[in-house]
Write a protein that binds this ligand. Structure first.
Ligand code: GLY
Length: 327
């Protein structure tokens, strides 16, 4: 079976049959992620991903395979369409776990990946608009005719309405995660992202960090994260969830416990970064975890709700509601 972020649904619909027919769970998880990486309309990964503050698309991705307990990852890789496939090659063809920046790019080129310009017109315009709205005091002027310069597409739905405020941007951190369990009981996972939109160049989120953006263990299950990467890193969220599965927690209880830790950690950190917590004490950011155990039980949990994607033999590929912290 497959479980992952809502945006993984298209890929699950295309590749679930391959898993059901005995395909390798790592290959299927990566293939599902590649569908979104190649989609220019998805501004959270790969082609068309929102760039860093310099206007450069920098991608992070990782994968992990339960039967060998081996992982591979790339971070801050530029001009490569499929970082998830490169992460799989790092896992299979090197003794390392993580390659970054220029080294990751050259490793990909050496393995025949073409150089690709990943910044689409829509993402370039979204970046320009973000720059124009950074500050009233800087030298960038926002459009004054009431029209936004960019059609922000899917980003618009997760960005606060900008018309009322000069600094309206709630920056997106969209990401694809997929965990896969084969009929032979092998577990694997993959996470891929263009990271926090307009990030500081060189910023690495949770997606390529084993234990944060993803983790699996052949003895207990798999987990992955999407949302604010810094919170997922600080909680070591995916590792924490898999360890809770090991201790006997259900996927839902394990996911909720990880979210509870994230909330407490944000509250502690808010003494230095008050913007992380709202007036009601809840985090001002969103974070999701996707959890799958070896029995095929699963859960998607979230601070703010929404959907996740799942595919199983009984009902095929579909969206389900993410569970909130409260029962
Ligand atoms: N979760 C993706 C990121 O923060 O980069």
């Amino acid at each position: 079976m497959l479980i992952g972020s809502a945006t993984a649904l298209d890929g699950m619909q295309r590749f679930y049959a391959e898993l059901a027919a005995g395909g390798d769970p790592l290959d299927v998880a990566v293939d599902v992620c590649k569908v979104q990486e190649a989609d220019p309309e998805d501004q959270s990964v790969g082609l068309g991903g929102l760039p860093n503050e310099d206007g450069v698309v920098q991608l992070d991705a990782a994968c992990m395979y339960g039967p060998t307990h081996k992982s591979g990852a790339v971070a801050c890789i530029e001009n490569i369409l499929h970082p998830s496939e490169v992460a799989k090659l790092v896992m299979k063809r090197t003794d390392h776990c993580l390659l970054v920046g220029k080294g990751a790019y050259e490793f990909a080129r050496a393995h025949g990946f073409p150089h690709v310009e990943l910044l689409t017109e829509a993402s370039r315009k979204a970046w320009l608009e973000w720059k124009e709205n950074l500050s009233k005091e800087d030298d960038w002027l926002a459009a004054r005719d009431g029209h936004r310069t960019a059609n922000l597409g899917p980003v618009r739905s997760i960005v606060a309405d900008s018309d009322a405020s000069p600094t309206p941007w709630k920056r997106p951190t969209g990401t694809i995660h997929v965990s896969a369990l084969s009929s032979r009981g092998e577990i694997a996972c993959c996470t891929t992202t263009s990271g926090l939109a307009f990030k500081i160049p060189g910023r690495v989120g949770d997606s390529p960090i084993i234990g944060a953006g993803l983790y699996c263990d052949q003895e207990c299950g798999s987990a992955g994260a999407t949302g604010r990467g810094e919170a997922s890193i600080l909680a070591n969220g995916s590792f924490a969830i898999v360890e809770l599965l090991r201790q006997g927690a259900t996927p839902l209880d394990a996911g909720r416990e990880a979210l509870r830790r994230v909330v407490r950690q944000a509250q502690r950190l808010s003494k230095w970064q008050p913007e992380l917590v709202r007036a009601d004490g809840r985090p001002s950011f969103n974070l999701q975890f996707y959890v799958l155990d070896l029995a095929g039980r699963f859960a998607g949990v979230s601070l703010e709700g929404g959907k996740f994607a799942v595919a199983d033999p009984e009902r095929g590929a579909r969206h389900e509601e993410l569970a909130l912290l409260e029962a």
